[in-house]
Design a protein around this ligand. Structure first.
Ligand code: C2E
Ligand code: MG
Ligand code: MG
Length: 325
């Protein structure tokens, strides 16, 4: 058990009990925001922050109604063949006033407010439909969708995934769900049970941002997962940080000995790409290969890479990822 405390002071902050309690409540949320198990004294700017947050939440509800959310797709290539093998669906929000807002800004609010259930269900449904459309064009890509802890812990999780598969017609073998290590830390038993059911259905599970959390290795071995995604920060450090090199090598070796595939994320340079390939990493994703793109742009990217792959089919060693000169 941990304890988060908010403090407001009479008569410094307010003169009546209702306001004092409200302020103490606001201060308690500020204590939770810094990671819980802390105390905070009420300050006036806390109120402004709470207001801004409430406004964002209201705007998001409107955005959900008015279809302001859309998906971008980032390609993932198989390092053996050099061809696109999968896409990751990444959520975007186009606010009419502020423009496109990245998920790092609004996903935490969606998670706290419970909106992630409706939003996440829509992401799954839309992404599955999109990939089925691409399959009809002969683009046999697998699909990765990010799943929040809150979604995995919700009783409707399996039904929501089932419904996305059913309404789109996507075969479960093409679906991969990305979870973070926090899933493993918070509610392991329930999470493991749900993950096991998803796996039974033929859906694969990947641990995203691997290496940043605190998951124990024994959990990693116990979880019904297929792959780990090395966190970007290790990939970015490959050229100049010997710790990142050591950690990346260790993650690849550990994953392989547990029978897991390894995907590298945030690959931006040819040197990073070569290092990962030479160390047996199976797949790569990052700006070097392709940025997250909207549907039509992604189609154009795919056609270009297919032409390129055809051109070097007889000399696979010649393959160079886009933008590497
Ligand atoms: P993530 O799942 O780890 O996604 C990878 C992020 O890294 C994406 O940011 C992507 O645009 C970015 N990225 C990819 N390649 C590179 C690169 O070469 N260099 C750099 N610097 N960045 C790269 P994005 O789209 O802003 O997403 C951030 C996070 O938001 C995601 O991290 C994921 O945790 C969350 N998220 C996105 N969409 C959803 C969703 O539909 N549901 C849930 N629950 N979370 C989502
Ligand atoms: Mg991800
Ligand atoms: Mg990641």
């Amino acid at each position: 058990l941990t304890c988060s405390i908010g403090v407001s002071m009479y008569p410094l902050d307010a003169n009546d009990t209702v306001t004092l309690i409200k302020q103490a409540d606001t201060a308690m949320y500020a204590a939770k925001e810094v990671g819980r198990n802390a105390y905070r004294f009420y300050t006036a700017d806390m109120n402004a922050r709470v207001q801004a947050r409430l406004q964002l939440e209201t705007d998001m509800r409107r955005g959900l109604l008015h279809n302001e959310f859309f998906l971008a797709y980032q390609p993932q290539i198989d390092m053996q063949t050099g061809r696109a093998a999968a896409v990751e669906a990444l959520l975007r929000w186009r606010d009419p006033v502020r423009g496109v807002i990245p998920p790092t800004e609004f996903i935490p609010i969606a998670e706290e407010s419970g909106m992630i259930q409706a939003l996440g269900a829509r992401v799954l449904r839309d992404a599955c439909r999109q990939v089925v459309q691409w399959h009809r064009l002969g683009m046999m890509l697998r699909l990765s969708v990010n799943l929040s802890v809150q979604q995995l812990q919700h009783d409707s999780c399996l039904a929501v995934v089932e419904e996305a598969l059913r309404s789109s017609g996507l075969a479960p073998q093409y679906l991969d769900l990305e979870i973070t290590e926090s899933v493993i830390i918070t509610h392991p038993e329930k999470a493991v049970a749900t993950l096991a059911k998803l796996k039974e259905r033929g859906i694969s599970i990947t641990v995203d941002d691997f290496g940043t959390g605190y998951s124990s290795l024994s959990y990693l071995a116990r979880l019904p997962i297929e792959a780990v995604k090395i966190d970007q920060r290790f990939v970015h450090g490959l050229e100049h940080n010997s710790n990142d090199v050591a950690i990346t090598q260790a993650i690849i070796a550990l994953s392989h000995s547990l029978g897991l595939r390894v995907i590298a994320e945030g690959v931006e340079t040819r040197a990073q790409y070569d290092f990962l390939k030479n160390h047996g990493c199976e797949a790569a994703q990052g700006f070097l290969i392709g940025r997250p793109l909207e549907e039509q742009e992604f189609l154009a990217w795919w056609k270009a890479q297919e032409e390129h792959a055809r051109a070097v089919l007889l000399q696979p060693d010649m393959w160079q990822p886009e933008g590497s000169g």
